[in-house]
Design a protein around this ligand. Structure first.
Ligand SMILES: Nc1ncnc2c1ncn2[C@@H]1O[C@H](COP(=O)(O)OS(=O)(=O)O)[C@@H](OP(=O)(O)O)[C@H]1O
Ligand SMILES: Nc1ncnc2c1ncn2[C@@H]1O[C@H](COP(=O)(O)OP(=O)(O)O)[C@@H](O)[C@H]1O
Length: 545
């Protein structure tokens, strides 16, 4: 998210602001007509919706639609809202500035006044830079008001499939059978045999003799295709004339009741002209209760099993448990793909499996960042060098981004202040993410003392491929006794200020994928331990030394 100034709309320049991904998803839905809302909600509206699933006037609506802004924009009267690349999408006329506190929305709403709520942004300004961590109900400033369309969005993946609801309705009226029921399927997951059977069964059931038409609304992120290619691969197996549209729904807010995301999907489906909606969920995550008061009927396909005798998917109660197979959950499917295993034909159609194997290559071919963190002298560079050689020997290309080398090349001129260390680590993370995106292996070995910055790098890399954090947990005394470069002695003598572990913090990771204890171990043993972990995880082939 970024902030700037714009002369857009005449008059005094309105500040320019790129909302976070949740704000952007809401904005696009408002502008496209997927939500029947004119803008972002006030504190009272958000509280009412969160509390009872209704706006203050009684209209059912499932989720707060709010705009989180940094403190610097908390008193803006107008705002030009842009996509992440800075292209203006809409202008917000602020009707209310409010603070969303820890207890939920609207704890200290204020209109036209300086907003001052409970709590202040954290000392490092993380809230100011990124907004609430989950983009939903975290504490922070909110702006409410109507949005005025400026120009259509060109941002985001799969633009050609991001048809606005009115367009989808018009095409159906012109070329379809508008009198027939329209079953919308809202999914971000590939449609396997089970879901495809259920869709056909539901379309028959609601069609009453004539099969209902089907619209698949693919929930894909803005900054990537998500599972869209695998979902589209199922087209020949769906009823004739099934249509597809891509939208980006905001991720489910964990603070709200579980059925709210399904209700939102039902509202969005209705905007596309759907008469019924079927929501496909991960078999491992089917705990959400049936939504109450949806705008159109939500079909619950129930529990289905594969009957190995009939070689068919059927409702569970019609399958003899002796030959019933359960669909694997998303995590199991991901793991099979990561290990390069073929997905079984009883579970998924070959064309979907092929697309999935392309989207999720086996870990031996997937981009990877191995990120070593630890005190100076802990052994990061030594182990990272050994691991690089092993990865190279396995036939993959490797870029080693060693702390010292990066400091000379990418980050020359930076100091060891917190701000400069963070910038150094973000630069390393950016380069590593790009290497990962292109299927390479990046091995990084900086101190990286701050947990929040490491988490940022993890998120950046995981957008592009895999991330493996190694904490080289050599105790300070051992590092200091090694004092390979004589730096600890200088630090103790006060000649190097802000020295990590001596006069500057090191935050131990709690999310390491591997913790290496190097004291009392040889270099070869530590390298072997790291290589074995990569082999066990599937990133290195097991059939090579
Ligand atoms: N003040 C201070 N604190 C810590 N380290 C210092 C400092 N000044 C210089 N050095 C040398 O710089 C290397 C660490 O650089 P990094 O880029 O890995 O540090 S950071 O991740 O940005 O914190 C580190 O190298 P390694 O020993 O390889 O870790 C040190 O040699
Ligand atoms: N098991 C081990 N793993 C890694 N390094 C070890 C080990 N045992 C002793 N060492 C020594 O510790 C020092 C670590 O230095 P280095 O790899 O430059 O650390 P860092 O990059 O974390 O500053 C090297 O001199 C290395 O030989």
């Amino acid at each position: 998210m970024s902030v700037g100034e714009s002369g857009h709309g005449g008059g005094p320049a309105a500040p320019v602001f790129a909302p976070d991904p949740v704000g952007l998803a809401h904005l696009e839905a408002i502008l496209s007509g997927a939500y029947p809302l004119a803008g972002f909600m006030t504190a009272a509206e958000a509280a009412s919706v969160a509390g009872h699933g209704r706006l203050p006037d009684g209209t059912p609506w499932p989720v707060p639609v709010t705009l989180a802004v940094p403190a610097g924009l908390a008193d803006a009267a107008r705002l030009v809202l842009t996509d992440p690349e800075g292209a203006p999408l809409a202008e917000l006329t602020v009707s209310e500035r409010w603070w969303s506190g820890p207890g939920g929305p609207g704890t200290e709403g204020s209109s036209g006044e300086e907003s001052a709520g409970p709590g202040t942004p954290d000392p490092h300004g993380a809230l100011d830079r990124r907004g609430p961590a989950d983009g939903h109900g975290g504490p922070g400033h909110r702006l409410a008001g109507e949005v005025r369309f400026i120009r259509p969005s060109m941002y985001g993946s799969l633009r050609h499939l991001r048809r606005v609801p009115a367009d989808v309705r018009a095409r159906r009226e012109a070329g379809g059978a508008p009198d027939r029921p329209l079953l919308a399927v809202v999914t971000g997951r590939p449609l396997h045999h089970r879901a495809l059977h259920q869709i056909r069964a539901a379309a028959d059931r609601i069609g009453g003799g004539r099969r209902a038409e089907v619209l698949v609304i693919i929930d894909a992120p803005f900054d990537g295709e998500g599972m869209a290619p695998a979902i589209l691969a199922a087209e020949p197996l769906l009823p004739a004339r099934t249509r597809f549209a891509v939208a980006t729904l905001p991720p489910a807010d964990p603070a709200l009741p579980e059925d709210r995301a399904d209700l939102l999907a039902a509202h969005v489906a209705r905007s596309y002209g759907a008469t019924h909606v079927l929501i496909d969920r991960d078999p491992d995550a089917r705990s959400a209760p049936a939504p109450a008061g949806p705008p159109i009927p939500v079909l619950h396909p129930g529990d289905w099993r594969y009957d190995t005798g009939e070689e068919l998917w059927l409702p569970a109660e019609r399958v003899d448990p002796a030959h019933a197979r359960t669909e694997p959950g998303d995590a199991e499917v991901e793991e099979s793909l990561a290990l390069g295993r073929e997905l079984p034909a009883w579970f998924t159609p070959a064309r979907v499996a092929a697309e999935l194997a392309r989207l999720r290559p086996a870990r031996t071919r997937r981009g990877l960042t191995v990120f070593f963190t630890g005190l100076s002298g802990s052994g990061k560079s030594t182990v990272a060098r050994g691991v690089s050689e092993a990865v190279r020997r396995s036939g993959r290309t490797v870029t080693l981004l060693d702390g010292d080398v990066v400091r000379r090349m990418l980050s020359s001129g930076l100091t060891f202040s917190r701000a400069d260390r963070d910038l150094n680590i973000r630069r390393i993370g950016f380069v590593a993410a790009e290497i990962t995106r292109h299927g390479g292996v990046a091995i990084c070995a900086p101190i990286a003392p701050y947990a929040v910055t490491r988490a940022e790098v993890r998120a950046m890399v995981e957008d592009a491929g895999d991330f493996f954090l190694v904490h080289v947990a050599t105790p300070l005394e051992v590092c200091e006794a090694r004092d390979r470069k004589g730096l600890y002695a200088k630090a103790r003598a006060g000649e190097i200020p802000e020295f990590t572990g001596v006069s500057d913090p090191y935050e131990e990771p709690t999310d390491a994928d591997l913790v290496l204890h190097t004291e009392g171990r040889s270099v070869a043993e530590s390298v072997a331990e790291a290589v074995a972990a990569l082999r066990t995880g599937g990133w290195l082939p097991t059939d090579r030394p």
